[in-house]
Design a protein around this ligand. Structure first.
Ligand code: NAD
Length: 251
C-alpha cells in the first residue's frame, strides 16, 4: 500500500487528542489526509492536525464542530468515531446516571457525529466510517457490564449503519482493540496497589506477551478507512494480540 494512499482525502477523528485517536490522526495525516480532531480538549494538538473542541454527548457542540471541520477541510471523506469512556463493575455497581452517561458518550456519541457528517460523506467518492469498538463487545469480560453493553451496541450499530449506507457508497466498519497501551490503561494501572506488577501481569495475560500499541490499532483503522478496503464493509477487525480468537493451552 502506498505511504500516501490517503492523499486528498479529508478525515475527522473524534477523541483524537490522546491514545488510539491521536495515533490514528497522526497516521492518517502521514498518509496524506487532511485531519480534523474533535475532542473535549484539543489544545495539545500540533499542526498539521486541526483541533476542534467538541463533546460528543452534546448535539449542538457536535453539529458546530462537524460543520466547522467540514468547512475548513472542504468536505469529509473519512469519519473515525473513536471517542469513548470506560466503566468498571457489575450491573449492581453502577447507578442509572452512570449507565446513561457511558451510553451517551460511547453509543449516542457515534450517532450524533455520524448524523452530522453523513451529508458530507454522501458527497465523497471514497466515504468510510470506522468506529472504535472493543473485544468487550463479544467477550464476556468480568467487571465490565456497562462498558461491554456500550461496545456491544457499537458493534450492532456498525453493522446496521453499514447496511443502511452501502448503496450510498459509504462503508462502515469497526476495530475491536484488546488491551491497548494508552493513557487510559496508564490511568488504570496508576490506580493499582502495584502498578509495575499489574502491568507485568497484564502483559503476561496477552497471547502475544505484550499489550497492543495505539499505532497498531491506528494501522487497522487507516486500512479500513482507505480506498484499499473498498470492498470491505460491515466488519469488525480485531487488533487484540489474539485475545478474542485464541484458546492457548497452559504452558
Ligand atoms: P484515551 O483516554 O487515551 O483517549 C480518549 C480520548 O477521547 C481523549 O482525548 C478524550 O478527551 C476523548 N473524549 C472522551 N470523552 C469525550 C467526549 N464526550 N467528547 C469528545 N471527546 C471525548 O483512550 P483510548 O484508550 O485511546 O480509547 C479510545 C477508544 O478506544 C475508546 O472508544 C475506547 O473505548 C476504545 N478502546 C480502548 C482500549 C484500551 O485498552 N485502551 C481497548 C478497547 C477499546
Amino acid at each position: 500500500m502506498s505511504a500516501h494512499d490517503l492523499d486528498g482525502l479529508k478525515a475527522v477523528v473524534t477523541g483524537g487528542a490522546s491514545g488510539i485517536g491521536l495515533a490514528t490522526a497522526e497516521l492518517l495525516s502521514a498518509r496524506g489526509a487532511q485531519v480534523a480532531v474533535l475532542d473535549l480538549d484539543p489544545s495539545g494538538l500540533t499542526a498539521p492536525l486541526l483541533g476542534f473542541t467538541a463533546d460528543v454527548s452534546d448535539d449542538a457542540s457536535v453539529r458546530d464542530a462537524v460543520a466547522g471541520a467540514a468547512e475548513r477541510l472542504g468536505g469529509i471523506d473519512i469519519l473515525v468515531n473513536n471517542a469513548g469512556i470506560g466503566a468498571t463493575g457489575t450491573v449492581a455497581d453502577n447507578p442509572d446516571e452512570q449507565w446513561h452517561r457511558v451510553l451517551d458518550v460511547n453509543v449516542l456519541g457515534i450517532v450524533r457525529v455520524s448524523r452530522a457528517a453523513l451529508p458530507h460523506l454522501r458527497n465523497s467518492a471514497h466515504a468510510a466510517i470506522v468506529n472504535t469498538c472493543s473485544i468487550a463487545a463479544t467477550a464476556g469480560l468480568p467487571q465490565r457490564a456497562l462498558y461491554s453493553a456500550s461496545k456491544g451496541a457499537v458493534l450492532s450499530l456498525t453493522l446496521a449503519m453499514a447496511a443502511d449506507h452501502v448503496r450510498e457508497g459509504i462503508r462502515v466498519n469497526c476495530v475491536n482493540p484488546g488491551t491497548v497501551d494508552t493513557p487510559w490503561v496508564g490511568r488504570l494501572l496508576d490506580g493499582a496497589a502495584d502498578p509495575a506488577g499489574e502491568r507485568a501481569a497484564l502483559n503476561a495475560r496477552q497471547p502475544t506477551g505484550r499489550l497492543v500499541t495505539a499505532q497498531e490499532v491506528a494501522a487497522a483503522i487507516a486500512y479500513l478507512a482507505s480506498p484499499a478496503a473498498a470492498s470491505t464493509t460491515g466488519t469488525a477487525l480485531a487488533v487484540d494480540g489474539g485475545m478474542a480468537g485464541l484458546r492457548l493451552r497452559p504452558e
